[in-house]
Structure formats: C-alpha cells, structure tokens
Unconditional design. Structure first.
Length: 137
C-alpha cells in the first residue's frame, strides 16, 4: 500500500474499548489495544496515502444475538415474541438513542465510507452504536 501510495486499514473495534464493563476485562483490554494500534498506525503512515481508522460497532443484530435475546427474554419479563422482546432487551442491555439493535449493513456502510470517501480521515473511531457510547470524544 505504501508503494502504491494508497490504501485503507480499517480495524473493527468496539465501545468497550472506551467504556469497559466489569465483565471480561481481558476482552475490554484487547479492544482498547486494537484502537490504540490503529491510531498509532495512522501516525506511522502519515504522508503515504494510506489511512488507518476504526469502526466501533454497538450491539449488532446477528442470528446469535437474536437467539440469545429470544432465549432469555421470557424469563426476564421482556415478552414472548420478538416484537415484544426486542425493545425491552434494548432498554435493559444496550440503551441507545435509536432504541434498537444495529444491522450488519450499517457496519458495512461505515467501512465502505472509510474506503471510498475518507481520504482526509485518519486515526479516528467511527462509532456505529446508535448512540450507546455516552461521550463526545
């Protein structure tokens, strides 16, 4: 990429890098390290035409997430159908400004943006978490 004078390094990170929970500290720490590595790489690549950035997903609705939430929902009083369970699960687990889980295509769109339109963006984290992360920085 350096030799060509163009390239994109996009790291998939996560909000737990900046707002870690008490559970799984090793996972939180590795996310923070990934974010730090991407920013350090951006500095290393200055002037080369290669950028390095982070896409930081929130809770994304994939089949495993839906299966988990559906299996625990009734016992937690969230309802019995997906339409009942989803809003209650979001409120209980991942309260965010969009009041829903994210979709895989929304992560892909952020990655595509960084690949195609972001020549002047380097060393940043783009949060795709519905507003879950409560920080301006």
């Amino acid at each position: 990429m350096r030799e060509r004078g163009w390239g994109r390094v996009i790291t998939i990170g996560g909000g737990l890098a900046s707002q870690p929970l008490n559970a799984h500290p090793q996972y939180n720490a590795t996310l923070a390290a990934r974010h730090n590595l991407a920013v350090s790489l951006a500095r290393e690549l200055k002037g080369t035409g290669v950028t390095s950035n982070i896409v930081s997903p929130g809770a994304i609705l994939v089949e495993a997430t839906k299966d988990l939430v559906t299996s625990i929902g009734p016992a937690r009083g969230w309802g019995r159908t997906w339409d009942e369970i989803q809003p209650n699960a979001v409120q209980a687990l991942i309260p965010n400004d969009q009041e829903r889980f994210g979709e895989p295509d929304e992560i892909a769109a952020a990655v595509a943006y960084l690949c195609d339109y972001a020549q002047y963006i380097g060393g940043v984290t783009i949060r795709v978490d519905g507003g879950l992360t409560r920080s301006a920085f």
